[in-house]
Design a protein around this ligand. Sequence first.
Ligand code: ZN
Length: 254
Amino acid sequence: MRVERSIHAPGGRRHGPGRHDRTTWRPGTLPRPWYDLAVTGIEDDALLAARTAVADHARRLVADRLVAGTAGNVSVRVGDLVAVTASGVAYDTMTAEDVVVVDLAGTPVVGTLRPTSELPLHLLCYARHGASAVVHTHSAAAVALSLLRDDVPLVHYQTAIFGGAVAVAEYAPYGSEELAANTSAALTDRSAAVLRHHGTVVLGSSLRAAYDGAVHLEWLCDVWLRAAAVGTPRLLSTEQVAEAVERFRGYGQR
Ligand SMILES: [Zn+2]
């Protein structure tokens, strides 16, 4: 998908009919976008579809109890742009209009709200890990496990959908570059990470894949907590999970 940018210097001549005049800037909140987008109708539809999908999955986060309140966030990449949930908007009533579009450097392009405070984390997942979509949860079992473990134990072969054992990223303040860096380190050779005292980050080749991964990761953490509550769980070996990773690759299901 190609998105054409009509670049002009600040104060220069504007190009196109201004289809994105709804893009506004609130003084003191974010840098002013220094270009407008001139996109075709089809590409505009793609952006709207992405914003709608982000809003739909944000509402699912609440319904599936993967977040509470306005915690957690969702984004999807469209060409060189990222549609991402806004900061502080209630997910249960979120619509496509509430979803912000930024470029890969984080510059706002479409939308009137401030992007999520975890935007640095999302952008690093796109820049360094080749993600097409990112889901960040504050799910209870994953947070509970992060207080006890440095990785998600190999309780089930479904661990293979993430490429192997999922690591727990060290704690850093929310929204910080340090948290983004810690998470990126934990994502080495994996498509998911647990964030200590915080939640999870799951990458996907699509928003649906990332979301399904987040559901699976929470389920794996919950299974371990249940078993560990009553005994010492048996675990799969790394070789057994590696075999499952190869099988999943063969099925083309990732
Ligand atoms: Zn968070």
